[in-house]
Design a protein. Sequence first.
Length: 867
Amino acid sequence: MKKIIFRSPKEDLGFEKLKGERTLFILPSQSAINFYIRDMLGRGMDINKAEFETFDGIGRRNRAKRPDSILKYLVLSKILKENLRDLKIFPETVDIILGFFDDIAENYLDSSDIEKIPGEIFKDLGRVFDIYRDYFAARSLDIYGRVKEDSIRGTRFDTIIISGFLEFGKAEEEIIRILSGIEGKNIFIDIPFNFMESDLLDGLIKNLQAYGFELEEREGLDYKKEIDREKIKILSSKDNFYNLFFSNLKLLLKEEKVSDLTILSGSPSISEKVRQREGFEGLEFNLPSKERSLLEREFVTLLDYFLDKSKENTLKRVRLSYFPLPLDVINLEASLMAYNFKNIGDIDFSRIKDLRLNEGELDDFLSGVQLLQEEKISFKEDVTYYLEFFKNYLETARGKIENDLKRNPESPRRRDQRFLEELDEVLVKMEGLGDFYESLGLDDFVLILKKYMEKIRLDEVQNLEGLEISSQASNYYRDFKNLILIGFDHSYQEDKKANFIYKKETRGAMESLGLVRDNFKRDYFYLIYDLLVAEKVLILTGDRERGFSKVLNSLIFDLDLEVKEVEKIYETGRLYRTREVKDHNYIIDDKELGEVNKKISERSYSVTDFDILKDCPRRFLFERVYRIGKLEKDYEDRFYLDLGEKYHRVLEKYFKKEDDFNEDSLLKIILEVENLGDFDDLSFLEKVSVLNSQRILGDYIKKDLEGQAKYGYKPAYFEEGFETEIAGLKIRGRIDRIDALGDNEILMDYKRSSVKRKKDIEELKSFQMPLYAIGRKKLGKNISMAAYGSVKRGEVSTVIKNSDILPKDDRGQYYFTEEDLNELLNKFEDEIESLASSIRSGDYESSSDCKNCDYLEICENKENFNG
């Protein structure tokens, strides 16, 4: 018997009547299988003689052997370079063409089909495809992965039920064709989508009838009449999507169990961002995802380092915990950051004329550079050489993992052990590349190894007790009590390809070949199915003006639904305490407070910490206490402020040496600081850079010297450290320069461009200069003046001037008497005590406008940001 059962989702399939002695269920996805089994068990059905599978699973066991993706990449790369000499072949080019050839194979097409696509390149690609296909065929590998008919025909099942599909791929059609030709089998194709007319369904049924299937059309539904519009709410938020999501979710949780809520998402990126906020919201989510082990990240860093031993990569290599250097790496990192070099191999101790290092750093710097320079690798060798080279490094990591797991079997090192086991298998596979390459470059070896590593998937342990977030497209066969839909606005992910192959000019031909599909009809069917089986539906979206997905727009139009704009009412993190919450009020709870206070009490404070703490305590918590890197910044952005550091060092050396302006001396110092050698030996661009620095620094030095001559103060201390304690907080800093005349001092801080103003100090917003002054006064010094040196602008900007020490000789608004200055500094100490008291009590209330904040994605305060 071969039958199509065309029913509505509200009518039962009738499994008990259909099942045989051995029944196979074929479902669209593994998640659909899980829900199907759960439902059957919940209804007390006997499924002991039933098995469940996907078409992919059947295909893997019953098809011709296919080449793995990396071998396909290597072969295609070689063929392209040999046959498309007019086309520049980059790794990305190979990836794009390989993806295209995979689509061709998946749809059982060949070179004649490729040549139907308009464009000269497709004639070339048709020729390349034949070479590519024949290469593997000669080695008994099939790029199509055709199913083996004899294997499919030998199935032991007497009844096969295929359920939940709206369309079939070529391989799936082939399996159905073979099954339909077997005598004595009962094959049922269950289509539970009888609620909407569509040519998608008509075509599906027609194709199945061509294989001899009879149509059993049961009573259908009209979804427009069946769906209760009262049970669907669509809420939109212009600026506060995450507040909208979490506040509605928490309101539901006050009345419903976690198991009664289901979140379906049309956007993987939105799902991940929701999961990332769970700690801040006090919720737990169950979202299947891949995790990267520390060993994987560090091994990739090591590979990149051997490819390019730049300053950036060298610093990253120094701090690798699995591949450690036998010295104080903190000292080595600090000295390398202070030293100007492009490549670790460029450091030549015989040419170094000036080396400024802190005490204890010199030995680590010298031995560390030697160790790094001795880490050598050949840039063209055979595969065995590279495998053995990197295996030696991995053995060090293996020993560390094994020792840690002996001490603590539950250690997170278990994740690294899993990665290492997978990587061992990869390296064994790569031994076979010796037959493919006599020798290869290091860059090619690393590229191949990284591609294999991309295939290693370490699934995070799922939190089965958490709120489940699933892909909307993979949730067939389940009922919903409270269904929440997200990611159907502008963030909706559509499967659209865009490159030099898949483009507007080729779309028509691609569609006719089945290479490009509009999945709107399929996705809309799935959405309507979900609404029909849900008791209540809440659709949450972002800014309506940025657009909704075609699927959601169609739903709104078809069902005449309203979209309600929602404004922020309360902070989601406090919903469990009270529904009446003042804006910007962030109180850390007792459990979190102990951890935060421990971190606060153990750390030392910099002078700029308090600027951040005053502006936004939450930013202070993220950036300075938990040290979360600025979200859009990379390692190099945080550590490579080379230009400012260079200017500081040049100015220090200059003012130590010269009392007047000397252009030649300035040029010489710049060359020394940058370790550039003779000016005449520099390249054109290096000369331009040096002369630009000379001009900028020269303009500033002239202005600075005018101030020194005016009052007779001379630079006396450079990079002068200080330490003080206020309200139990240890505060440390380093003053760029102190000009002295006896016990009277002028404090200088260099800035590349923008500087603080006296107004910022009077409003207790800028703590740097007042804290410098407090630190020096505690040493018995008198503060005559405090100023910022704006190097790029060639200006000296005074913010404090003591009129009891220096004359009032201009109209500046920065004068203080000694009494006024002491009063101001006392206010700063009181303000620090107040700030410390607030954060110790857990009050992280913020008045920030959130503009240009790096933490908007993880901070609840961003719901108030309208910038």
